[in-house]
Structures are given as C-alpha cells and as structure tokens.
Design a protein around this ligand. Structure first.
Ligand code: G1P
Length: 272
C-alpha cells in the first residue's frame, strides 16, 4: 500500500516514483535488460494501471513529439516497448508470496527471477547479472543478501548458513522479519531472487505468516527442504527506495554521480 510514502502514494503507485526523471520500475526493468532478460511480469492491483500504460506507446504523445521533432524526449522509454510485458492483476493483497504465486500461469515450469523496484542497487555489474553468473554455475535458487545493523533485522528476511565462498552461502536458517533476539544473523534478503519453479508448489503449501500474509520467505523455507537455496552477497550500493530516507539517499547519490548536476548541487549548497 506504500504507506511510508503517503500522501502521494494514495494515488500514485510507489513503483512510479521518479528518480532523475525515470520511475523506479524503469530502473528494475533496465537491470533485467542489462542482464539479458526480455520478458517481464508485473503483479499489479487496482490503482496501478499507470505501470501498464508506462510500458506501452502513448500514440498521442508520440505524434505530438514527432510534429515538434522532440522524439528524443521519450527515446529511453521507447526501448522498453520491444520487450515482452505481462500484467497480472491480483484480486486481493494477500502478501508477497501470493503475488509471486499468481505468476505461475505465465512462467510455467521454468526458473525465473524477481526484482523488487523498491530495492534500487547501483553497481558496476548489474546485480541480476551477477546472480545469473552464480546461477549458471550452481543451477539452484539464489537470493541476494547484504549485512544490516542488528537493530534493523525486523525489516527483512534474515538467514544464516554454511559459507561456500567469500560471498556465497547455503541457507540453513531463514526467518521473515525476526526480532533482533530471534535473528540467526544480520544477513538480510534484498529484493533480488532467482527461483526454481518448485517454489510454486511450496507457495501452495505455505500458511499465512508474518502480518497474516503469504510470505515468499516461508515458501522458500519449504523449498530448502527439497533443494539447496543459496545466499549471495552482491557487489553494489543498495538504497531502500521504499522509505523517504532511502529515496533521498538514492537521489543525492545519483545527483553526485553526474558531473553537471554535481557542480550545480555544490553551488546551491555553497549558498545555503
Ligand atoms: C520483502 C521480503 C523480505 C526482504 C525485503 C527486501 O519485504 O519479504 O524478506 O528482506 O522484501 O526489501 P517487504 O520489504 O516487502 O516488507
């Protein structure tokens, strides 16, 4: 429901929050494209129709821009029209796991990835690409992790397990949003997953967990009983764009990355 971003999220989906002129969902798709993905499935609900529209041409606008020779203004989004976009409308908000379960009809018996647009990651190699390299070696489910302060563990799925390499571990314990004293470690799930299709059966078996919702984390715990599930410490800087603080951090970081904006920002700060 995007409650951390009220009041604007009352009418605008949080995935459509713009960062340097592009909505967060655009960054998520770009990361997928940069990793070789060309089919995207969005689980949406009432009020999120703007996501659907964003990935389709707006003919009126295109005509207008052509007339004025300003097509370059939407060149970036035009690239996205060539991809396959599938939209699934969830009838009720029954949790992240429930939303994932609805994609089975499109995905079928294939491994697939999940990118949560709230978790924006700036990295020299796209995180999803990093994960695909690991997946291509181990051929099992893989989840992105980072270490967080113990005080914050109750905001994440938290895991511990056996280290296989410096940045890779086999998950042995996994718990959704534990209190600091229940947490097996401070290794937190960040919104990137590669899952085998066996997860769908586990989602069918999962009982409502934290917050009365069907949690993906709980289904992954069932999956771990059948197949290995790996945790991967990615390289990159992650911003929690689901909170105002994290969003501001991402915005400032991006401003400082572009030389032009950086100079202007410095001038503004010097005057304040
Ligand atoms: C979801 C997952 C959680 C994960 C988090 C990462 O939680 O359930 O395990 O750590 O994404 O952002 P949400 O942020 O949707 O509450």
């Amino acid at each position: 429901m995007g409650t951390r971003f009220l009041p604007f999220s009352k009418e605008i989906p949080k995935e459509m929050v713009p960062l340097m002129g592009k909505p967060l969902v655009h960054y998520a798709v770009e990361e997928g494209v940069a990793s070789g993905i060309n089919s995207f499935i969005y689980v949406i609900s009432r009020g999120k129709e703007s996501l659907e529209n964003y990935f389709c041409p707006n003919l009126e606008l295109e005509y207008f821009l052509q007339e004025r020779r300003k097509e370059h203004l939407i060149a970036e989004v035009e690239k996205l029209y060539q991809l396959n976009h599938y939209f699934i409308r969830q009838p009720r908000p029954l949790g992240f796991g429930y939303a994932v379960s609805l994609t089975e009809a499109v995905i079928g018996n294939e491994p697939f990835g999940i990118i949560l647009p709230d978790d924006l990651i700036i990295a020299s190699e796209p995180v999803f690409q990093q994960m695909l390299s690991v997946y291509n070696r181990y051929h099992c489910s893989l989840i992105a992790f980072m270490k967080v302060p113990f005080a914050d563990v109750s905001r994440y799925g938290i895991a511990s397990g056996e280290m296989l390499a410096e940045n890779l571990f086999r998950i042995e314990k996994l718990i959704e949003k534990p209190s600091p004293d229940q947490a097996p470690s401070n290794y937190a799930i960040i919104g990137r997953y590669i899952l085998t299709p066996a997860i769908f059966e586990c989602l069918r078996q999962a009982k409502p967990g934290a917050g009365g919702e069907i949690q993906l984390t709980d289904a992954i715990c069932l999956l771990m009983k059948k197949e290995p599930v790996l945790g991967y410490f990615f390289e990159g800087q992650r911003f929690d764009c689901g909170t105002v603080e994290g969003y501001n951090h991402a915005f400032l970081t991006m401003i400082l990355q572009y030389e032009d904006y950086r100079q202007k920002a410095k001038q503004i700060l010097a005057k304040t």
